[in-house]
Design a protein around this ligand. Structure first.
Ligand code: ZN
Length: 101
């Protein structure tokens, strides 16, 4: 599985990518932007890389669970949310506090 576009992913899984994910989770919290649940452990790109998202831009990355991230793939968010209505979606920046039950 090696294509030209993989070059941009080159470091995904590498140390720089891990650090970037850690940064995204620290800055944006750990609420998955795809399902609205806490515990995100990876970064999903919005817009997707294939649509011009930058792999290492904080603006283009949102916290997401790995399974959610994989399931979404390059679907537009509108399509994703049509199929997976979020249970609760904070209107603005997600924080961990809202998740307390
Ligand atoms: Zn999720």
């Amino acid at each position: 599985m090696s294509t030209a576009s993989d070059a941009r992913y080159g470091r995904i899984g590498g140390r720089r990518w891990q650090e970037f994910v850690a940064l995204v989770l620290r800055v944006k919290g750990t609420v998955c932007h795809l399902c609205g649940q806490d515990g995100a452990d990876t970064a999903d790109h919005e817009p997707p890389l294939s649509l011009g998202g930058h792999p290492m831009s904080l603006r283009h990355a949102e916290p997401a669970h790995k399974p959610c991230n994989l399931a979404r793939g390059n679907k537009p968010l509108t399509e994703w949310f049509a199929a997976h209505p979020p249970r609760r979606r904070p209107p603005l920046a997600p924080s961990r506090e809202w998740f307390t039950r």
